[in-house]
Design a protein around this ligand. Structure first.
Ligand code: NDP
Length: 446
């Protein structure tokens, strides 16, 4: 071979290797993380376990000292470069300015759902992928314009939660035009439960007839009353009327009026109650074949007694009252009195069990299928410093972001989790902390 030919081959090899390296680098991303509470702590710990994807992260939240403390704890353990920043996630200009200077590839929102719309708008303006863990709901549910929308929606659709998806779905076209991916509700429920539905449809059923989502927290933190995620969001959700989806419409039920018991693998027998939950809304639309979708969550008697009493005396009200000349929102005042869910980790023992039970048909035959995860509070705490409710939310948030950043979920627009390929996501959950269990003969909920 001539010297020239040899040089050409060498050059081709050199540039080929360079391209491979650059391509490899493309999956290494800079990510802006909003929030530094229980869920965000887990999400951040898990991102730092994968510096090959999360090359740099900025933790941006309301209380800078919490972000700095987490950075101090994690930086010596990881190659991910961590920076921190104080931000008001409700202030669009502030968020856009931060994004313009930090230039993230993706924003992972693990703060409050009140700020989803502001953060989505900022992502459109800066062309940055977006992921959150809960559906939008306004902070002030008495704001007149929202109230009008809410009263109409309750009458027309028949469900009474303060959250729903249309506000975020309205961003679909803007996300498509910006060429960015928006992943809505990528915690466990919503989130993994919807991936389980997509997985069941892809691998186990020709048609799904019924779906029951069961969320069991068998953990004990030793307090008479505490919520295991943000108290304001938790108590709003639980004290609202329940609803389920049957024959393409909502059926409203009084709060906690449908009660069942279930023997959960890894936990034991628990009381559970039917609630409205946000993934029913998107699953009802995306899987019109499913005739009935219900959501059940377990609660202990002490939790229910305290919640009823607090509700009876007006402490769950989101409406401001004047006390000694000071304006107080009762539910926000209550939040200040209750234990911070982010501090429950060391004292919570026991397990969670969350999953989906299906009935349907495969090859003309009736079939039952249960897919679920069991997580241990103390194991979650040992690994991340947070209890299993935060763990089961933060791990899917990291895995969902990994799907987007590695191009496995790459359809521009705004999507619920069941719209993506469930296989690589469930593989990631299996590997990174939330292994899947299955049963082909589960006890059904009557
Ligand atoms: P926390 O209350 O522990 O954390 C919320 C974080 O958001 C805090 O760090 C808080 O700051 C920060 N924050 C609040 N307001 C602002 C603001 N204006 N600007 C910037 N940061 C702000 O909540 P959790 O971690 O328990 O829950 C986080 C989210 O996850 C919630 O939306 C919750 O609904 C959702 N979730 C989803 C689940 C699922 O399975 N899909 C399950 C559980 C929760 P500060 O530290 O100052 O308070």
């Amino acid at each position: 071979m001539s010297e020239h030919g040899c040089e050409l081959r060498f050059r081709a090899l050199f540039y080929g290797l360079l391209r491979i390296r650059r391509k490899g680098r493309k999956t290494m991303a800079r990510v802006l993380i909003i929030g530094c509470g229980g869920v965000a702590t887990v999400g951040i710990v898990k991102c730092t376990q994968h510096p090959e994807v999360f090359e740099e992260i900025c933790i941006a939240s309301r209380t800078l000292s919490k972000c700095d403390a987490l950075k101090e704890r994690l930086q010596p353990t990881t190659k991910t470069k961590i920076t921190t920043c104080k931000i008001d996630a409700g202030n669009l200009e502030e968020v856009v300015a931060l994004m313009k200077s930090y230039k993230p590839d993706m924003l992972i929102h693990m703060g409050m759902p009140y700020h989803n719309l502001v953060l989505m708008e900022a992502c459109v303006r800066c062309k940055v992928h977006y992921l959150d863990t809960a559906a939008y709901e306004p902070e002030d549910v008495n704001e007149p314009e929202f109230r009008k929308y809410y009263d109409n929606r309750c009458k027309e659709k028949g469900f009474y939660a303060y959250f729903d998806y249309p506000f975020q779905w309205a961003y679909r076209k803007k996300f498509e035009e910006a060429g960015i991916v928006g992943v809505l509700g990528c915690g466990f429920d919503p989130g993994v439960t919807q991936a389980y539905v997509a997985y069941a449809k892809k691998h186990e059923f020709d048609t799904i007839d019924t779906l029951d989502i069961l969320d069991c927290n068998g953990g004990d933190h030793g307090y008479k009353f505490a919520t295991n995620f943000n108290p304001e969001i938790n108590l709003r959700e639980v004290s609202s009327p329940g609803a389920y989806w049957e024959d393409h419409k909502w059926h409203r039920v009084e709060p906690m009026s449908i009660h069942r018991t279930y023997d959960f693998d890894g936990v034991g027998v628990k009381d559970m109650y039917l609630l409205h939950h946000e993934e029913i809304e998107s699953l009802g639309l995306n899987y019109p074949e499913i005739k009935k979708i219900r959501f059940f969550m377990t609660f202990g008697q002490s939790y229910l007694d305290h919640m009823r009493c607090l509700e009876d005396v007006g402490m769950l009200s989101p409406k401001a009252i004047s006390y000694n000349g000071v304006e107080i929102v009762p539910i926000q005042f209550l939040k200040a009195l209750l234990p911070d869910p982010a501090t429950l980790g060391p004292r919570t023992h026991g397990r969670t069990n969350i999953g989906c039970i299906f009935t349907g048909k495969k090859d003309g035959k009736e079939k039952k299928y249960y897919i679920y995860n069991v997580s241990d509070h103390q194991e979650a705490y040992k690994e991340t410093g947070a209890q299993a409710i935060s763990y089961t939310t933060g791990v899917p948030a990291m895995c969902g972001a990994m799907m987007v950043l590695t191009g496995k979920w790459n359809t521009p627009g705004v999507h619920n989790v069941e719209e993506f390929n469930p296989d690589p996501f469930i593989d990631a959950l299996n590997k990174y902390g939330l292994p899947t269990r299955e049963s082909y003969d589960p006890v059904l909920v009557d």
